[in-house]
Write a protein of this length. Sequence first.
Length: 312
Amino acid sequence: MTELQPPSQEAAGNPDVPAFRCGTVAIVGRPNVGKSTLINALVGQKISITSRKAQTTRHRLVGIQTTDDAQFVFVDTPGFQTRHASALNRSLNRAVTSTLSSVDLVLFVVEAGYYGPDDEKVLALLPKNTPVLLVTNKLDRLGENRAEVMMPFLEKMGHQFPFREVVPMSAKTRDHIDRLMAIIRPYLPEGEPMYDADAMTDRSERFLASEIIREKVFRWTGDELPYTSTVIIDKFETEGRLRRVFATILVERDAHKAMIIGNKGSKLKQISTEARLDMEKLFDGKVYLEMWIKVKSGWADNEAGLRAYGYE
């Protein structure tokens, strides 16, 4: 592990060396505003899964970026759920509200040029005593009319909440990510790092494997499959640089199982192949992957079952 210097250099009489800063930064917003893409870009590694399907992120996930003078601890939260009162959605919303009570800075993420009722419901949850930056993501989608759209939009947003700063950007642009990091740093308190310098996340490889599989399930089934499907890792074994992963995809109906299997098993094979390749890239080693599909009706609306499957 890389050893970090203590943050007391400035106090020790060397004002040219900035004090080390370390703090937690929550990333919040309604579903599908690009929170997971943003945290992956900030960390510099894919730790949070992405898809076009809303409610993809289901767990509080920490991403860590350590530089010479700061450690940024980003907390990716599920998109706040406003449309269905299932046990799963209540669990996701608890993850959002509990995170907001214990961070140093909040990034409220919206789509550049758009602010709707679901954004407003998330805004109502933001803490009054914690600094909040407005991040208007997906700026690249506005094209040549960017200035015409953004000027009245930013004026409107200025009346919604006392944001400390507004950061128009695209999470896909490296310069924008670097600028956002520079804006965030002064809001972090001085202090020692919370994690080792080479840490990327607080989650285990076992958890990341389940998320990678779930991402591929969503990507290959599109809007056909309800978002209530999930993935359970039955066994995760490590032998040197080889990982053996045995996983179950949990769905609510037989028809959903057929969607994932596809014609003669073609879709399941594609899901398995892409998941294995992503794991090998992330874990830097070979992966042996076996997957099964199990039907369990009503699992997403059962509080005890949710806890058994790792939901808070």
